[in-house]
Design a binder for this molecule. Structure first.
Ligand SMILES: Cc1cc2nc3c(=O)[nH]c(=O)nc-3n(C[C@H](O)[C@H](O)[C@H](O)COP(=O)(O)O)c2cc1C
Length: 278
């Protein structure tokens, strides 16, 4: 039997939220869901099982679709509540040493500079094991929490996200790799000639830069993406390093991967640098 290495990732559905609170094993400790311990233990065990990464799902609203009320969602803890995954991630990072920790952050909720700095910081503290599950938001309730009337239209969200990643990557790149000198004798902390403003002026976003933090171990924290639509795939093929595909059959998985690889080559990328997980 041939043994080929393969990749494994774990998707923490319902993010940093209550798990199994109605089950016997979860019941008595249900109130402890706000503590990171259970999910930290999960990350440790996934690492022991040689998983490549663990991805923490997130959304920023309490749904109210059913009966136009949050009643059912809160009563049964459906998709809510959720604590912030970027606070959970460092606990997981601290308790592990190899596994990648991927945090979900939305391009329609985070300002690009803040996101560039947050993901850069997570990459520093993890010694380069950090990833960003790049989502664009999907529902009006979430958008309204951030002051919008409704969510931006589907394809426009991806157009905005294209520009968003451009500015984030420029900010990640604004410090050269050897800019942080820390030379006590010459009294130089950082070499100012190796840190560059970005002066990004886009249609949707602007940022002066440079990032207020030095280049992180991976330079670009790994971008994970899960868009399945035609526009979502094109976006993923352009930017993602790992893609989670929900395909219903082996043939559909292959077709998805072939499509991503072809489109990535069209963007001048090496398709082998993209890991598609089904
Ligand atoms: C496995 C998986 C995980 C996802 N995780 C999140 C998430 O944590 N937060 C979120 O807002 N959307 C999440 N999504 C939704 C995707 O980011 C995307 O919006 C969705 O797949 C629809 O994309 P499309 O319109 O391009 O088909 C996830 C999707 C999949 C398949």
């Amino acid at each position: 039997m041939s043994r080929k290495p393969f990749h494994l990732a774990w998707f923490i559905s319902k993010g940093y939220g209550p798990k199994g609170w109605r089950n016997q094993w979860g019941g008595p400790n249900a109130a402890n869901w706000v503590k990171p311990d259970l999910l930290v233990s999960l990350a440790q065990n996934l690492e022991r099982a040689a998983f490549d990464y663990v991805m923490i799902e997130d959304s920023c609203n309490i749904p109210y679709t059913y009966k136009n009320s949050h009643e059912t969602y809160l009563r049964y803890a459906v998709d809510s509540p959720k604590l912030d995954p970027s606070v959970l991630a460092p606990f997981m990072i601290q308790a592990t040493s190899k596994i990648g920790i991927v945090t979900t952050l939305s391009t329609t909720e985070y300002n690009p500079f803040l996101l560039a700095r947050l993901t850069n910081t997570l990459d520093h503290v993890s010694d380069g094991r950090s990833g960003w599950n790049l989502v664009t938001g999907s529902n009006d309730g979430g958008a309204q929490n951030f002051g919008h009337e409704r969510q931006f239209p589907h394809d426009q969200r991806y157009d905005m996200a294209d520009e968003y990643v451009e500015v984030v990557q420029k900010l990640w790149d604004s410090w050269e790799a050897d800019a942080m000198v820390i030379d006590q004798e010459q009294e130089i902390f950082a070499d100012p000639t190796k840190v560059h403003p970005v002066h990004f002026e886009g249609r949707y976003f602007r940022s002066r830069g440079p990032l207020s933090a030095p280049r992180s171990p991976q330079g670009h924290p790994v971008i994970c993406q899960a868009g399945g639509s035609a526009r979502g795939r094109t976006f993923a093929a352009r930017w993602a390093e790992t893609i989670i595909a929900s395909a219903g059959s082996v043939a559909a998985m292959k077709a998805f991967r072939d499509d991503i690889r072809a489109q990535a080559a069209g963007f001048g990328r090496n398709p082998d640098h993209i890991k598609v997980l089904s």
